[in-house]
Design a protein around this ligand. Structure first.
Ligand code: COA
Length: 378
């Protein structure tokens, strides 16, 4: 993956930076890669660039190969990954490239207000957009419900921010390298109650890519990591129609599929990368994945259970909160992170003794979720 942050590079070149790194890591050239599964969510609105797949394929030396572009809001490249896994499992392809790219910072010519409006196109056109509801508000509502049901507090949310900024400070590819404190987080300007500045992920630019190969070929590559489960589910849009908004049903359904495929339970997972676009979203995700008891997500963060040295480390990369969130690249970046952690190649933010990780990537009003499990090759 590229560093997440601010890039003034055209999208296909930024994607190429991640793709060439993936080729080098796998020891393959573009000639040996049969297809590209590609994610970009907002390029049409942010940079007037659509049909980016062939441009990226050409840039990375794969002109002529099949390329499919996926768009599922913030779950864009996790869905590309899921489809790539299925294409390889089916026998259609043996070696494919999967990845995503996005630019969301003012380098696109769009400021925070405009980018916020563009992102809101992923919410309900008739019932949500006309009210002015944007994504900080969407996740604020989900989190408020969790606070109402379970007594989660703003201090608990601040602890998630402190943890993820601390983790991100160890990751040279993170957008933010700075730590924060509970006091600073609770003192920040309100973005959408209960979220303050430190509860929000930033707008980021970046790209990520992985090479995926068939089980039969895997042993001919260095340090392969197994994909043992990929679940995918959707939930009702709009938010107001969800019966239990704080429960994020799609995440529970996708997790259940992934655990079943892998033949494991949440208790068997060593670490997780979850979609913490806002601190409250991490609380909800940690419970939906079964990693933390229902209602205890905030308390678990405050007690250090989800820190790097806790019993279930969550977002050792810094998560979206500190690593950054270039929409279409985020899901693929989680797969990169799981791969490097399981291999023991995550550098300064390496966790001790981890061999199985789970990634959770969601899109829109928690309406699309992909959950993937990766583990050391048996
Ligand atoms: N977390 C921590 N610090 C942040 C930050 C964030 N999310 N966003 C910006 N900052 C910092 C900047 O580094 C800058 O610090 P500096 O003054 O020390 O240089 C300062 O805050 C102001 O940055 P600026 O870019 O002017 O902030 P902004 O007001 O334009 O945007 C948010 C801040 C929180 C409103 C914006 O990042 C946001 O909307 N995030 C959510 C994105 C989103 O909805 N994604 C989709 C998720 S589903």
């Amino acid at each position: 993956m590229t560093k997440f942050g601010v890039h003034d590079t055209p999208l296909q070149e930024l994607f190429g930076d991640a793709a060439f790194e993936a080729f080098d890591d796998a020891g393959v050239g573009p000639d040996e890669v049969e297809a590209l599964f590609f994610g970009n969510a907002m390029g049409g609105q942010t940079e007037n660039v659509t049909h980016l797949g062939p441009q990226c394929a050409t840039h990375v030396g794969m002109a002529g190969k099949p390329v499919q572009r996926y768009e599922d809001a913030c779950a864009t490249s996790a869905n590309a990954f899921k489809n790539a896994v299925e294409a390889v499992e089916s026998g259609r392809h043996d070696v494919v490239l999967v990845g995503g790219v996005e630019r969301c910072t003012p380098e696109t010519g769009k400021d925070t207000d405009e980018m916020t409006r563009i992102f809101a196109s992923a919410s309900h056109r008739q019932y949500e957009q006309p009210t002015g509801l944007t994504f900080p508000g969407v996740f604020a509502l989900l989190t408020k419900r969790h606070m109402h049901e379970h007594g989660t507090t703003e201090e608990h949310l601040a602890e998630v921010a402190v943890k993820n900024h601390g983790h991100g400070s160890l990751n040279p590819k993170a957008h933010f390298g700075k730590e924060t404190t509970v006091e600073e987080a609770l003192d920040g300007p309100v973005v959408a109650d209960p979220f303050r500045l430190m509860d929000c992920c930033p707008f980021s630019d970046g790209a990520a890519a992985v090479v995926l190969v068939s089980d039969d070929l895997a042993d001919s590559f260095d340090a392969p990591v197994d994909v043992t489960g990929v679940g995918h589910a959707t939930d009702i849009v709009p938010l107001a129609d969800k019966e239990t908004p704080h429960v994020t049903k799609a995440a529970r359904d996708a997790a259940s599929q992934a655990y079943d495929q892998a033949g494991v339970s949440a208790a068997d997972v060593d670490f997780a990368e979850v979609h913490d676009c806002f601190t409250g979203a991490e609380v909800l995700a940690s419970e939906a994945l079964g990693l933390i008891e229902d209602g205890q997500g905030g308390v678990a963060a405050a007690e250090g259970r989800t820190s790097r040295d806790g019993d279930i480390p969550i977002n050792a990369s810094g998560g979206l909160k500190a690593k950054g969130h270039p929409i279409g690249a985020t899901g693929a970046a989680q797969i990169v992170e799981l791969t490097e952690q399981v291999r023991g190649e995550a550098g300064e933010h390496q966790l001790d003794g981890v061999s199985r990780g789970v990634a959770h990537n969601l899109g829109g009003d928690a309406a699309t979720t992909v959950v993937s499990i990766m583990e050391a090759r048996a």
